[in-house]
Ligand binder design. Structure first.
Ligand SMILES: NC(=O)c1ccc[n+]([C@@H]2O[C@H](COP(=O)([O-])OP(=O)(O)OC[C@H]3O[C@@H](n4cnc5c(N)ncnc54)[C@H](O)[C@@H]3O)[C@@H](O)[C@H]2O)c1
Ligand SMILES: [Zn+2]
Length: 694
């Protein structure tokens, strides 16, 4: 291919990946592959400068502004960082620094490279007034309301805690730069919740953070517990001479600066820092993808200057995602509780990032098609976002007989591997489903497992293995049958259970003590509140929180069974998808019988107002909705306050809404609708006034 054609091809391809990454928070390829293609383009452009396109990704920051937020021009441009994956290139960069500074002595500050999104935060008169994304580097999206949900970020700088700096500095207009991220544990929690309700999980913490920071509803953003590490101070009257001074001062003043930075003098010390963090970084609360090395002295930074895309005085060293090749032994298809079919690669065990990997997810039929794998191939396995092992491609250096390979091509099944029902795929969804909800064994088993889990009925004396035995011996047909169990039904049964993940064998036998434990656990579960019973029933898209909201709105199972779509839509956070799912659940005869069995077993079918002690009845019968964030109440506190005083929360602006409580950063569409419909809008103070009126 002629150089110009390849330049055009790479330019289009990389611009496409940039759009997907920055606008949709989706990575179609790994960062390393992206960076490799970018370097290839850089080299080609250098050799053929006349063919370089104006929209080339090599000299522009990758992102853009979006239509959904106001675009704000940056006072100081927000650039990218040049990067490398190799120690040799790092040494070459150090040589260039040495030359650029004409033999002057210099120091580096090494920092962890946090993997989230760049944020610019402006303070005026000691108040956080604006938070903006990097965007295209010269202008970004104004996401102030979302940024204010970060608890570690001072909204107000109350007092100068810094003896070395004058008050003037903290009162002046200045900008702080930092990396906004989603803590790993929040990421894992959200994914667990998504799994619980049968929704697709988020790919990695970076993409999750990028998506969340750009959500329209800041109340949802607040519930996601985003955080931010600060790494830079900027103002017109620069009070610092070195980066080190600025980090110390920012920390003292209450900004969240990670303690992981270190001052070093030589490139060998930089490499030692890189090695020190290469494994240890996995224990941090934030996803990381490398190390940033920066010149410490601001005067020297000025001497070295910038390219159009990044500073010359800094570089990022990125850790390679650990990848190994191993034999694909088989592909199995798991049927989930909701009937979704997930292909799983069974691998020859391989050591990766300190764990033994035996299986990897293949996501869905499209992914299998894209990879073009055959049983017996050698495939590359990688930890995506350092968490879930995934297959990235076929190892072409392992040569196989072509016919043999063709005969072993992995083909996604058309029928359910468990019950042979023809699979279906809903429009716009990547997953295939087995529609045989009522009789497909793994779906039934999955529902029982869901029912007994800690967040639902909490029967911890039962587990996956024991449930399998109960079902295989026809002792139970669904979760409700657990409440009919008698000790003579199960005493003495034995089975060897093989753990699917570890391959370890475990013998399970129902001796007297085990049986008693099981029965006690089942009996005790009858005390679980109505909301947990509701969650345990496993209605599609009804997660833990939605179950709580439904329970506190409808109060009883009877009411919920009779609910119409319109009524369901009145419940906070309940949208059309959930409403329709609830209605169709109760329409299904199998489910009606199941719920009746639960009722007859003595489970709680009514909500108790334990959390909600009634404070008064000043809001009696009135409906409320809120938008934005509030000084005196968190989202939960406000909701509790409304209900504890006899008010009812609803989910959307309609004529029936009595009050819309308007907070900071209120959603413009809600305000407009309320105005058109003549709904009364009140401030936080007015709301507090309503409660306290006698
Ligand atoms: N997989 C894909 O499809 C895809 C697409 C586009 C970009 N990318 C990845 O994104 C990279 C480009 O993104 P980028 O321009 O934001 O560069 P970058 O993320 O590699 O580096 C610059 C950013 O690092 C962040 N950072 C984290 N810790 C920091 C610290 N201590 N000090 C300073 N900055 C710190 C800042 O947000 C800064 O903007 C590419 O190299 C590629 O790896 C991937
Ligand atoms: Zn099936």
């Amino acid at each position: 291919m002629a150089a110009i054609d390849r330049i055009n091809e790479l330019t289009d391809l990389l611009n496409h990946y940039n759009d997907r990454y920055y606008q949709d928070a989706v990575s179609e390829i790994s960062d390393q592959e992206f960076d490799l293609l970018l370097k290839e383009l850089e080299k080609l452009e250098e050799a053929n400068p006349e063919s370089k396109r104006a929209d080339s990704p090599t000299h522009r920051v990758g992102g853009t502004v979006t239509k959904s937020f106001e675009a704000v021009k940056h006072k100081y441009p927000m650039l990218s960082l040049s990067n490398t994956y190799s120690e040799d290139e790092l040494r070459e960069w150090d040589d260039r620094i040495k030359k650029g500074l004409n033999g002057e002595e210099y120091e580096y500050i090494c920092e962890i490279k946090f993997d989230g999104i760049s944020l610019s935060l402006t303070y005026e008169n000691g108040i956080l007034t604006r938070g903006v994304t990097r965007g295209d580097g010269s202008q970004g999206d104004d996401i102030t309301t979302n940024i204010k949900t970060i608890r570690s970020l001072p909204l107000k700088i109350s007092k100068n805690k810094n003896t070395d700096l004058s008050d003037e500095v903290w009162k002046s207009t200045f900008e702080i730069r930092g990396e906004g991220f989603m803590p790993t544990e929040v990421f894992e929690r959200i994914n667990q919740e998504k799994e619980d309700i049968g929704e697709a999980t988020l790919a990695n913490p970076r993409n999750a953070a990028a998506g969340t920071f750009k959500m329209q509803d800041s109340a949802v953003v607040a519930s996601r517990g985003l955080d931010c590490f600060i790494y830079q101070f900027m103002s017109d009257n620069e009070p610092f001479k070195t980066h080190e001074e600025s980090l110390i001062a920012l920390k003292k003043q209450g900004f969240k600066v990670s303690d992981s930075w270190q001052k070093v003098k030589t490139i060998e010390e930089v490499i030692a820092y890189i090695n020190h963090w290469s494994e240890k970084r996995h224990s941090l609360s934030c996803a990381t993808d490398g190390i940033v090395i920066k010149i410490n002295s601001y005067a020297q930074r000025e001497d070295l200057g910038f390219t159009s895309k990044s500073p010359r005085w800094a570089i990022a060293y990125k850790y390679k995602a650990e990848s190994k090749s191993t034999i694909l032994k088989n592909v199995t298809y798991q049927v989930g509780r909701t009937g979704a079919i997930t292909p799983v690669a069974e691998l020859e065990p391989v050591e990766l990032s300190m764990t033994t990997v035996r299986r990897a997810t293949l996501h869905n039929a499209d992914e299998i098609e894209r990879l073009g794998i055959a049983i017996g191939d050698k495939v590359f396995v990688e930890k995506a976002g350092e968490i879930i092992p995934k297959i990235t491609g076929v190892d072409a250096s392992f040569i196989r007989n072509a016919d043999d390979r063709e005969a072993n091509k992995v083909i996604f099944p058309t029928a359910c591997p468990a019950c042979a029902t023809t699979l279906v795929r809903a429009e716009g969804e990547a997953a295939y489903y087995c529609p045989n909800e009522a009789l497909c064994p793994p779906q039934i088993k999955g529902r029982v497992e869901h029912f007994i889990q800690r967040k639902a009925m909490n029967i911890d004396s039962l587990g996956e293995g024991k449930i399998e035995i109960l079902m295989n011996n026809d002792i139970i047909k669904d979760a409700a049958d657990l409440y009919k169990l008698r000790s003579e039904d199960i005493l003495g049964i034995e089975k060897t259970h093989v753990d699917e993940v570890t391959g370890k064998e475990r013998k399970i036998s129902f001796k007297e003590k085990t049986v008693q434990n099981i029965l006690d656990g089942i009996e005790k579960s009858k005390e679980q509140p109505f909301s947990k019973v509701l969650f345990g029933m496993g209605i599609r898209f009804v997660g833990e929180t939605t179950a709580q909201k439904l329970a506190s709105y409808f109060k009883t199972m009877e009411n919920l069974k009779k609910a119409t779509v319109e009524e369901l839509l009145q419940v906070p956070d309940v949208g059309e998808k959930v409403a329709i799912s609830v209605i169709s659940y109760f329409k299904e005869p199998v489910n009606q019988i199941f719920v009746e069995k639960l009722e007859n077993s003595g489970l709680k079918m009514e909500a108790e107002n334990i959390v909600l002690e009634l404070e008064g009845n000043s809001l009696d019968g009135k409906t409320f909705l809120y938008t934005g964030t509030f000084e005196g109440y968190s989202r939960e506190e406000l909701e509790q306050k409304i209900e504890a005083n006899g008010g009812k929360l609803v989910s959307g602006v309609s004529k029936k809404l009595d009050f819309l409580i308007v907070g900071e950063g209120a959603g413009p569409s809600k305000l407009k609708k309320a105005e058109t419909l003549g709904v009364k809008m009140i401030s936080e103070e007015e709301f507090t006034g309503l409660i306290n009126q006698i």
